[in-house]
Design a protein around this ligand. Sequence first.
Ligand SMILES: [Zn+2]
Length: 247
Amino acid sequence: MSTWYRDIKTFKDENGYEIDGIWYPRVTAIVGIKAKPALYQFYAGLPDFATGEAIKAKSAEEGTLVHDTIEAILRKEPVVVPESIKPAISAFMKFYTSNDIVPHKIEERVISKNRHYAGTIDVLAEINGVLGVLDVKTSIAVYRDYSIQTSAYIEALREDPNIPPLSRWILRVNQLKKCLKCPATFRDKGGREKIRGEKFQCDHEWGPMQGEYEFKELTTFNEDIKAFLACKDLWEWENAYWLKKVY
Ligand SMILES: [Zn+2]
């Protein structure tokens, strides 16, 4: 989010990867140029900016823990699931055991030499016989921004002429408590307690923390990659000062 950097090294570290001596901007840094109205709402509901940063950091930490655990399971490594994310992981296991999933690559760097950017895919896998990129999210919804991010991975992978057509999916895993008396849900990711879906006055009685998953195919590649490249143009404009020093 910040556009001010101490020096060129900081800029490069925060925005990209050095691969074989060439620096590439990172997909997530590029997509980050897009305004996220929901994020302003999030900050507006907090006492100060630092609180928001702390919640985001804690929340990212939880997200990383879920990612690492899922990736270990996919690699068939022995894994001890931390107590704090057991519901989310059991939701993942429900998905994992009820579909035929053959991972080809996990946490792998992809590079677009034509468009000059790089990123890291969560999983390249065959799911029920179809090859595609699977991105794991721990959010409360599948946001449209995910379409932009994942289209960039597909575009990069497609530069390999031997790669077959690829599907794109989001697997969203989350954990929350449901009210036993009304449709409301309670979630405390990142230490922030958030109640959603309150339909009427209720003296909520929260049930146990439970996992949920949502598996969604993204199908609008042409629109999405156009949006990504627009983000990239804008990101390059915003960072012209630094990029002139990089390239
Ligand atoms: Zn309730």
